[in-house]
Design a protein around this ligand. Structure first.
Ligand code: NDP
Length: 309
């Protein structure tokens, strides 16, 4: 049984190396040079060409090469018998915690303002906020969001979280479901988006919802670009309702030349690198699922096609 990798634009060498190192005799093929399509039951995927999986009649599992699966589920042609799995990885979680903490602290300690002042050779201490005075709202309390909430509480921030189902997290005020969303937004001086991209969450940060944040709120999006209606975010920044935004993900990536975010004085742009999947770290779980598929055991980290995450 062979494994195929189906991806547009991802650097595949580290994946091939990591897979071959762990399993030198692995029958690994890269789409579209995959030989006899009948042999293929397991695929690793990232931004695959839509419809590509229809070419593999015996495909049973598509494993995302990252935590998100929106890039797979947006394909309406995923064969019915296929199970989609995703990556859950300690390094990925740890890295996201560090990145969000850095962005939240950059906001409370006004680090971006000092960068601008340095460019003007201006020596001007600015007021800052203590962690205990600031409430951060984390949208999505899954593997990444729950960890981010934990890191922020450890730093002394007041933390709220919003999820679909009820849950208990130490020192986190949890808001559940659509009916609690407005109350959650109203308290979040800093808003962190760590939702999966689904039909329900697409465009969730728009003029109406951003207006429900406190005056001067700061938005950090580390989930998917399509969670944010970009022109609405720009409008809320330019109106002064939002004090700034740190954006790691965008509707179009790479962010196109000339996009207003590039030069916006209150937007901090990073190139979708908040937390990167390290092939060497995640290959063992990919091979575990491959082995499970071969021996007919239940797969791990299965995505609900109904929920979309
Ligand atoms: P999980 O699937 O573990 O968690 C998703 C969370 O979102 C859950 O708590 C879920 O609620 C909640 N949620 C989903 N839909 C809704 C909704 N409609 N209303 C309220 N809450 C909702 O995902 P991860 O934490 O692993 O990852 C989150 C996202 O982060 C990924 O999908 C990916 O897009 C992004 N990501 C970004 C990276 C980057 O470098 N920028 C790197 C890795 C991931 P419940 O618990 O009740 O089901």
């Amino acid at each position: 049984m062979s494994i195929i990798i189906v991806s547009k634009g991802k650097e595949l060498e580290p994946w091939v190396e990591a897979l071959k190192e762990k399993r030198p005799d692995l029958d690994l093929r890269i789409h579209p040079d995959t030989g006899n399509h009948q042999d293929v039951a397991f695929a690793l995927a990232w931004n695959h060409p839509i419809g590509a999986f229809q070419e593999y009649p015996n495909l049973k599992c598509i494993s995302s090469m990252g935590a998100g699966v929106d890039h797979i589920l947006k394909d309406p042609n995923i064969p019915e018998q296929v199970t989609v799995t995703r990556i859950i990885d300690e390094n990925l979680t740890q890295d996201m915690g560090e990145f969000v903490a850095a962005q939240v602290l950059s906001y409370t300690r006004t680090l971006q303002e000092y960068k601008a002042q340095q460019a003007e050779q201006t020596w001007q201490p600015l007021p800052y906020k203590r962690a205990k005075e600031v409430r951060v709202g984390v949208m999505g309390l899954g593997k990444l969001g729950a960890h981010v909430a934990k890191v922020l509480t450890a730093l002394g921030f007041q933390v709220s979280g919003w999820a679909k189902s009820e849950k208990k997290l130490d020192e986190v005020a949890v808001y559940t479901g659509q009916e609690a969303f407005d109350g959650f937004l109203a308290e979040a001086e800093v808003l962190v988006c760590l939702l999966p991209l689904t039909e329900e969450t697409k465009g969730i940060l728009n003029k109406d919802t951003l207006a429900k944040l406190p005056q001067g709120a700061y938005v950090i999006n580390v989930a998917r670009g399509e969670h944010v209606v970009e022109e609405d975010l720009l409008e809320m920044l330019d109106k002064g309702h939002l004090s700034g935004a740190a954006l790691d993900v965008f509707e179009q990536e790479p962010l196109p030349q000339g996009h207003p975010f590039w030069k916006h004085p209150r937007v901090f742009v990073t190139p979708h690198m908040a937390s990167k999947t390290d092939p060497a770290s995640v290959v063992p779980q990919v091979l575990e699922n491959y082995d499970r598929l071969k021996s007919g055991k239940p797969l791990q980290n299965i995505v609900s096609s109904q929920k979309g995450y």
